[in-house]
Design a binder for this molecule. Structure first.
Ligand code: FES
Length: 106
């Protein structure tokens, strides 16, 4: 089963086993990863699932577009590697993905 890793602002890592087809947000909620609140339940409207994708992974994950990009424009600590984790659909190719949780979310 693939896994992904969330890293909190203090560097603590949370390894999460995921099923293919889950979103990264769903994986975080399942594991109760601190800092991923997902207030809107994954409808791309709240930004409380904001993460920074590890630079080594951004090409495989892809960058935010459309409505997601618009929401991230208003998110604290948004940068070129920002994604809403509810919009990252996990596939076997993303096994080992590393996602950083911005400090503001804790
Ligand atoms: Fe609200 Fe992702 S859960 S934008």
């Amino acid at each position: 089963m693939p896994h992904i890793v969330f890293i909190d602002p203090d560097g603590q890592e949370f390894q999460v086993l995921v099923g293919t087809g889950m979103t990264a947000m769903e994986a975080a909620i399942t594991r109760e990863v601190p800092g991923i609140d997902a207030d809107c339940g994954g409808s791309c409207t709240c930004s409380t699932c904001h993460v920074h994708v590890d630079q080594d992974w951004i090409d495989r994950v892809g960058r935010a577009r459309g409505m997601e990009e618009d929401i991230l424009d208003f998110a604290v600590n948004s940068n070129d590697y920002s994604r809403l984790s509810c919009q990252i659909r996990l596939t076997p190719e993303l096994d080992g993905l590393r996602l950083f949780i911005p400090r503001w979310q804790r």
